[in-house]
Design a protein around this ligand. Structure first.
Ligand SMILES: [Zn+2]
Ligand SMILES: [Zn+2]
Length: 432
């Protein structure tokens, strides 16, 4: 099987799909149009397709938009060409898809994961930004594929096509996981809880760009995943007249402000690095009214899951203490999160050997540090807990601006090499 040739033949299709996804970006839990297209394509290729509640455990979904917002996006997807039958199966934001193919000969179970969601970013609209200049910039206000997940989805579908074409030669069971809501690290846990990686022997995650920002570059493994938790704290006090009866009010703004300062004073941790950030503080209704409402949106990170758990338990304690200080109520809600994770060296070494042998990349790097959070860590952790192995690779490509920037774009010529390599690795590990 000539994987390079197969992927080259799909290059134009991949680019066309990437641009279509780019033009119609969908943020976390609203990927109805993208997921419906994925489900339909996998079905046509002969995969057994599971989606909606089959692959998303509702209780483990984090940071889900309100029901009316979801309903609006379901309608929009259908208006933009999504098959209503698939969209109906994904109602309630359950926009995950898993394609499974069982090959005739016995072998291992291999899973590849691709994320599909876009960012809450307003895309640049000027001639200097290639997607705008070439007519595939976002047609959805305030949403943009600024992380490359449009490329991941297109690449994943090409891998599906290449491997379906080789079904008579392959062994074992292949699972292609298309995940919603990676941004804000909200989606993977719900798929893990639905059991989609149970029984997986080898798991592959992949991202384009980041620290692999050169053409012809492939980083076989990634470490430095920071564990993270995203938390909202909603304070409720009592409004009153600021001149006539301030003593009758309960000041939610001050409680939120006190908590914001307090959490930045959480102790460092002796076992490794930690992070804290209050990114949003909204409070009050008017200049002459004692503020009765406030919202704090924050995140913690840690070099390990243990350090992050220390951070978040301190956050909760300080938020409660701040509420008590000002005699207001507070509710906290976890809006997203991911554990840290470790890569499997043995699998990484084999991947390095295989990727180097393909001769497809000018520069094969054994390891890069992510220095960020990725909820792929949930999949990797579950696979490893069950005795399987997992790695996360980076596909090199020059990028027009940093990830999540409104001018983000990548060089689409990386897609063919990425698809060929992902398919080749899957094939090799299926038979391992
Ligand atoms: Zn991102
Ligand atoms: Zn990303």
């Amino acid at each position: 099987m000539d994987f390079t040739k197969e992927a080259q033949a799909l290059q134009e299709k991949m680019i066309a799909r990437r641009r279509d996804f780019h033009r119609h970006p969908e943020s976390a839990w609203t990927e109805y149009r993208t997921a419906a297209f994925v489900a339909q394509t996998l079905t046509e290729l002969g995969y057994e397709v599971a989606c909606g509640a089959q692959v998303i455990a509702e209780a483990a979904m984090m940071g889900v938009p309100e029901a009316d917002v979801l309903a609006e996006h379901e309608k929009r997807a259908v208006a933009e060409g999504a098959d209503p039958a698939w969209v109906a199966k994904m109602a309630g934001g359950k926009t995950g898809v898993v394609g499974t193919m069982r090959f005739a000969k016995p072998g291992k179970t291999v899973a590849l994961r691709f994320d599909m969601d876009a960012n809450d970013v307003e895309e640049a609209k000027d001639e200097g930004h290639r997607p705008y200049k070439e007519g595939f910039a976002s047609c959805h206000a305030g949403v943009m594929h600024a992380c490359g997940h449009d490329g991941h989805t297109a690449l994943g579908l090409a891998v599906a096509e290449i491997l379906a074409g080789a079904r008579d030669e392959l062994c074992g069971t292949l699972k292609l996981i298309f995940q919603p809501a990676e941004e804000g690290v909200r989606g993977a846990r719900a798929m893990v809880e639905a059991g989609v990686v149970d029984g997986v022997d080898y798991f592959f995650g992949l991202h384009l760009g980041f620290n692999a920002n050169k053409a012809g570059q492939f980083a076989c493994t990634t470490d430095g995943f920071l564990a993270t938790t995203k938390l909202d704290a909603r304070f409720t006090g009592l409004s009153s007249h600021a001149g006539a009866a301030p003593e009758q009010g309960k000041n939610a703004l001050l409680a939120a402000a006190a908590s914001s300062i307090a959490v930045h004073s959480i102790s460092r941790h002796g076992k490794g690095a930690s992070r804290i950030n209050v990114g949003v503080l909204q409070a009050g209704t008017g200049r002459n009214v004692l503020p009765d409402r406030a919202v704090v949106k924050l995140e913690t990170r840690g070099a390990t899951t243990e350090i992050n758990e220390f951070m978040i338990s301190e956050v909760k304690r300080m938020v409660q203490a701040s509420a008590m200080l000002y005699d207001v109520k507070v509710e906290t809600e976890i809006m997203g999160g991911a554990p840290s994770c470790s890569l499997d060296k043995e699998m990484g070494e084999k991947v390095c050997e295989l990727v180097t042998a393909t001769g497809r990349f000018g520069e094969v790097v054994p390891l890069v540090s992510l220095g960020a959070s990725e909820d792929c860590a949930y999949f990797m952790e579950r696979v490893q807990q069950q005795g399987g192995q997992a790695i996360y690779s980076m596909l090199g490509t020059p990028i027009a601006a940093g990830h999540h920037n409104f001018r983000f774009d990548f060089d689409e010529s990386c897609l063919a090499a990425g698809a060929a390599t992902s398919a080749e690795l899957a094939a090799a590990f299926l038979g391992a």
